[in-house]
Design a protein around this ligand. Structure first.
Ligand code: FES
Length: 88
């Protein structure tokens, strides 16, 4: 089981406990943490988050990502992680 620390995403700061079987987007939805998304397939980039600590497996995507950025719909935690909104 892994812990996802949510760092002030749309006003939510909390820790979620997950089995690492689903995308971060799905886990956030199941825990009522609301983020933007659209395609759920790594095409649109609307679900981008900042990975602040820990590691994820990231599936292929069409969106260019900067260092530390992940797509919630394409990433699954493989360690405890901390995530937040992207710095612009
Ligand atoms: S929802 Fe489109 S890239 Fe994640």
């Amino acid at each position: 089981m892994f812990k996802i620390d949510v760092d002030n995403i749309n006003g939510k700061t909390e820790s979620l406990y997950v089995y690492g079987e689903h995308s971060i987007l799905t886990e956030l939805e199941e825990h009522n943490v609301v983020i933007n998304y659209s395609c759920r397939q790594g095409h649109c980039g609307s679900c981008v988050l900042q990975l602040l600590s820990g590691d994820v497996i990231h599936q292929d995507c069409l969106v260019p990502l900067s260092q530390g950025e992940i797509l919630a719909c394409r990433a699954t935690p493989i360690t405890d992680i901390k995530i937040g909104v992207r710095d612009f």
